[in-house]
Design a binder for this molecule. Sequence first.
Ligand code: GLY
Length: 392
Amino acid sequence: MNKVSFISLILGFASLATACKSGINAQSKKTTSATNTLLETRYKMLLDYPVDSLSMPRSMNTKTLEIHKVPSRDWTSGFFAGNLWQLYRLKNDPQYKEQAEKWTPFSKKESVNRNSHDVGFKVYCSYGEALKAENKKEYEAVIIKGAETLCTRFNEKVGSIRSWDFNKEIWDFPVIIDNMMNLELLFEASKLSGNPKYREIAIKHANTTLKNQFREDNSCYHVIDYDQKTGDVRKKTTLQGYNDDSVWARGQAWAVYGFTMCYRYTKDPAYLKQAKATAKFFMTNKNLPKDGIPYWDFKDPSIPNSPRDVSAAMVMASGLYELYGYTKNKSYLAFADKMMASVQTDKYILNENIKGPFILDHSTGNWPKHDEIDEPIIYADYYFLEALLRRK
Ligand code: GLY
């Protein structure tokens, strides 16, 4: 081959590569705009859902099209109002605010419900979001009341807030990793009221969790059962994981998000260290699919034929965005971006022909109970929207 034809060949390859690249770009632009339209369609469906204090949407069976509706006492009841507030902030469209203002008051009575630790989820994901959108004293008052209620579940001997009251014949004082999420209500209540009590209890709870809830590999147990008289650990166990020694995906995400959030309020390096270590466990796990959306439990023996849990991915993505903010470690940003790109495709966005107030499909609520398997679930949407806002 002479010099001229060699150069022509190289130029030919170069222009082919450019053509392919622009073809790919055109394709990905097309996909992005199709995806955006799909997301917009889903967002609008939240506005169509009829307002009813006893029918907070929790999840949906995509085969029967039945929406699982719950009253305010359910742990998921605050997310729908929270989603509307977050959409209002994201889209700056007053229609979302109008609806959010109708749904938020349904959570108010939960600020005095002492029956579970979930007062944090119920009150902070509704009223907390309301307060982020609008500075109103009445929102602050509900948050402070909720914190007061949550503190009634604190046991000084154990150094923790009791999570659940059921299964009393099995557990003496159960504390679940999810409980870390409720501490945000306490930290915020101290900031709003000036009363340090809520924050002090949050810190004690986080320290006890740090001491007992993690394994050597930095994955965490779901449930620690304490002896409420001595404070000793009775059992390290699970309710929602595959078994006691398995690694329930959403639990790992609650841990990363929870300890990162505790670092936000305390700047305690031990919290940051744990968040980073558990994030590493999650991000480098050999059973994590390439798109970053985990199976519901990292140790389910049915992997790769096991359902995914988009909710775990979205809690993790939102947590990683915050973790990136404190560490400037770009791997957290890249990993969260990857998960967010994965779910913003027609594989994970709920099909536009399915009418219901949900955005993302393929979450797993409670696998051992055969409940909410591979379905749209409200809290996946909540942390998805939060992650979008944090990324913005
Ligand atoms: N807090 C309950 C759950 O994550 O399913």
